[in-house]
Design a protein. Structure first.
Lengths: 366, 211
């Protein structure tokens, strides 16, 4: 397998996707491997800046012990997925009804293929790599980008674009797409993890929420490679997603080390730890998203499950057609916290996306 | 839904391609050069078929790519041995295998080139890779065709009848069938070559085996 080691990187350079005031707020992690870095840089030159709006529109209403947090993981397929409708019908939160604020119950959305349209997304530069615009199912209602949704709903937001959403120019800018977290709770310590270049540029984002008692939960929105090129599949033994999963685990360990969370580090990378995985981790972490797994036995998912031993049982139910691509994984921190396993389910309505969302409830330990 | 036409066309094409070998006179002769040439082709074809056939099942194991590598090595060794047997016993059969591999490579390359403008991120590397797969399949077309058809049907039936089997596994069974059929085809070519050599001579693989 090609190398998967990750390292902390400075923001800036000629990569617009890693510049600007918001980029300074992120801790960036990138592959050590030079070939990955060169490939990723070509993609990064074509995207706009990331966004951090760490506070929701209301304040003072923290998650108490015993309260449950609804977690929704969803690949929204750029502008196809009707986020406002999903929030209204599945979460019970109407972004356009002032009476709904503050929320009756807290929730977070871990999104993949979220898009932003902005004039800050640069025109196509020489050498910059741009992929085609995502095909979207036509639907009624407004097509809002993730920043507009966050502002309209009063949600905290972290967003890091991975790649351009097509070369098209619009009167109000250009589009990119990437991973995002929206939350009714403040989001702190944003992290962007550029995964090894396998089939385009994929950036996972992480942020942390806190309970009223000071316990923490790190949230990670992940989107692994879909289908690498045939040449790469044959040359690497189809290890693209497995390599990205190992890189992600490596980056999370680096994050924990950099923040001093794992001073008593229970296990040394490299992953997979297989038989030596720890049972308690430096911080409770919930990782969810579109892993693009063809089956629930896939190597990448096995690696991640080994590192997230308190995950709910993996479901073979298809979330993109017949393929079980979307998953929620969890590992407990020093102060506990648990997923309400019985609440883990796939939402039947895809809300015009090509993926079904999956939901689960979380609560901090009393 | 799998078309029944595709496997039939594959089998007919395979039968046409292998026709000259079947019609060849008895008492064929081999040579060291033919053994090296067919062994080299068998090695490359076996490694490629090993990768193609193992990708889906190995992608569902913890060893993952290490499992694929092992399958490629096993396929390469197998192909080398039986390719060498073909060439050592029947130079014409070795030439046929190379000719069929060339046809397969050209077909794969042509399809790969045709896909280049339409498939995102599909490059000439991928076209060449498809040509390589075509060559591997072409070197043993009948076996690969039968294996793919049988694997495809079996995969489809399993997908529709076994809960949790899934479309990826169905495709994996089809590809594994193609690989196993292709490798079995090399074995069959070795047996045919030994027969054509006249009188089933013993073929030695460290220990003596007689076909």
């Amino acid at each position: 397998m090609l190398p998967h080691a990750m390292t902390r990187a400075p923001s800036g350079g000629d990569c617009v996707g890693m510049t600007g005031p918001a980029a300074q707020a992120f801790a960036w992690y990138t592959p050590v491997n030079g070939a990955d870095a060169r490939d990723l840089a070509a993609w990064c030159r074509a995207v706009g800046p990331p966004t951090v709006e760490s506070l929701p529109a209301w304040s003072g209403d923290a998650l108490g012990h015993g309260d449950t947090l609804l977690v929704v993981a969803w690949n929204v397929n750029a502008g196809a997925g009707d986020l406002l409708a999903l929030l209204r019908r599945e979460v019970g939160f109407d972004c356009d009804a002032p009476a709904a604020r503050p929320p009756q119950r807290h929730f977070v959305l871990l999104l993949q293929e979220a898009f932003q349209r902005s004039t800050a997304v640069p025109p196509r530069a020489p050498g910059a790599r741009v992929q085609r615009r995502t095909k979207e199912e036509a639907r009624a209602g407004e097509r809002l980008d993730v920043i507009a949704v966050a502002r309209r709903c009063g949600l905290a937001l972290v967003y890091a674009p991975g790649a351009r959403n097509g070369p098209e120019e619009y009167p109000d800018g250009r589009e990119d797409r990437g991973s995002a977290i929206l939350s009714t709770l403040p989001l702190s310590d944003p992290v962007a993890i550029e995964l090894p270049a396998e089939a385009g540029r994929r950036v996972s984002v992480a942020a942390t929420i806190h309970s009223a008692g000071g316990d923490s939960l790190r949230l990670v929105s992940v989107h692994l490679a879909t289908l690498p090129r045939l040449w790469r599949i044959l040359r690497t033994g189809n290890s693209s997603r497995a390599r990205q999963a190992l890189a992600l685990l490596d980056a999370l360990t680096e994050v924990e080390t950099a923040r001093g969370e794992n001073s008593a580090r229970p296990v040394e990378p490299p992953w997979p730890c297989e038989t030596t995985c720890p049972r308690d981790f430096p911080i409770a972490t919930l990782l969810a998203g579109d892993l693009n797994t063809w089956s629930i036995q896939e190597t990448a998912l096995r690696y991640l499950l080994a590192a997230f031993p308190q995950s709910p049982p993996v479901s073979a139910e298809g979330t993109r057609g017949a393929f079980p691509t979307d998953h929620v994984l969890y590992r407990r921190g020093p102060n506990g916290g648990e997923l309400v396993v019985s609440s883990y389910q796939r939402i039947a309505d895809a809300y015009s996306s090509d993926h079904h969302a999956v939901v689960v409830r979380f609560r901090f330990s009393p | 839904m799998l078309s029944t036409r595709a496997p039939i066309i594959t089998l007919l094409a395979g039968a046409l391609l292998s026709g000259p070998a079947a019609a060849r006179a008895q008492h064929a002769t081999g040579s060291t050069g033919a053994a090296l040439a067919a062994g080299g082709l068998g090695l490359a074809a076996g490694a490629t078929l090993g990768v193609v056939g193992s990708i889906v099942p190995c992608s569902q194991t913890l060893p993952g790519p290490r499992c694929v590598r092992a399958a490629a090595l096993a396929g390469a060794g197998y192909g080398l041995v039986f390719g060498a047997v073909v060439g050592a016993n029947d130079s014409d059969a070795a030439a046929d295998a190379w000719r069929n591999a060339g046809i397969g490579a050209a077909a794969g390359l042509a399809v790969g080139a045709a896909l280049t403008p339409f498939v995102q991120r599909w490059t000439w590397y991928d076209a060449v890779a498809l040509g390589g797969v075509g060559a591997a399949v072409g070197s043993s077309p009948v076996g690969a065709g039968i294996g793919f058809a049988a694997g495809g049907v079996a995969g489809l039936v399993l997908w529709r009848t076994v809960p949790g089997f899934g479309p990826a596994n169905a495709g994996g069974v089809a590809l594994a069938g193609l690989a196993i059929g292709g490798l079995a085809g090399w074995f069959a070519q070795a047996v045919d070559a030994a027969d054509a050599h006249g009188g089933r001579p013993p073929v030695t693989f460290g220990l003596s085996l007689t076909f």
